[in-house]
Write a protein that binds this ligand. Structure first.
Ligand code: HMH
Length: 229
């Protein structure tokens, strides 16, 4: 029976199985009240500014994490194409950092004065722990994918049909909600599914644990932005 379930998992893809198993937590991260308030236009701009400032710091810590995934791909991947996908991610982060600077100045935020909140520090600490050479490529790329897909699913919801997102927030939502970003997440997801299909039970367990950990930290990050720490 256990064996049969495992075979089934492989056919539909491990990620799909996880998403079914952990729907509630995934929804918690991608349909958070912060996101819903952008979509319905009721967002408190103070929360948005707080998110923007904290996320800038997060993205700066995300760069070395993605670079560490690139190193793992080079050392461990069975497919040379993985490197191009990850390298594309690194490249677009340069643009993203410039965007944060422009957006912050629009809102009158001085980024050099932003102090990381505890929740943000904790999340950056998780990234740092995943940079360790002891963490397998499969586990690290799983984290990478879920970090990106949470923003993709969240912000796409804000520009979807019936959304009342304020004009001045639309560019932010487009950044992660766009078709192009969705495609990039799909490329990451394909890598993750391929790796998980070949993974040992031990590695699968670690990857699933990391997947859940990231989702919890994403919920905390939204909570922090709304001022509920
Ligand atoms: C907290 N999660 C957080 N910030 C981001 N910018 C992303 C995910 C997507 O890159």
């Amino acid at each position: 029976m256990e064996q049969k379930l495992k075979e089934e998992e492989k056919k539909v893809g491990v990620i799909e199985t996880w998403l079914r198993k952990h729907t509630l937590l995934f929804k918690g991260a991608t349909r958070h009240p912060f996101i819903l308030s952008i979509r319905d236009g009721s967002i408190d701009i103070t929360s948005f500014k707080s998110w923007l400032a904290q996320d800038y710091l997060f993205v700066r810590a995300f760069v070395p994490f993605v670079a560490s995934v690139l190193i793992k791909a080079w050392k461990e991947s069975d497919e040379s194409g993985d490197m191009e996908v990850i390298l594309g991610g690194v490249a677009s982060l340069e643009d993203e950092i410039s965007w944060f600077k422009r957006e912050a100045s629009k809102w009158g935020i001085s980024l050099s004065e932003v102090v990381p909140q505890q929740t943000n520090k904790k999340y950056c600490g998780l990234l740092e722990s995943l940079m360790s050479p002891d963490v397998e490529y499969t586990v690290a790329i799983t984290a990478f994918w879920v970090i990106e897909v949470v923003y993709q699913e969240s912000f796409a919801h804000c520009i979807g049909e019936g959304s009342k997102t304020p004009q001045e927030l639309k560019e932010t939502c487009e950044r992660w909600g766009s078709e192009a970003f969705a495609k990039y997440c799909q490329s990451l997801q394909n890598i993750v599914n391929r790796r998980l299909q070949k993974a040992s039970d031990e590695e699968l367990k670690k990857a699933e644990h990391t997947f859940l950990n990231v989702l919890e930290y994403e919920v905390d990050f939204w909570n922090m932005s709304r001022g509920n720490v």
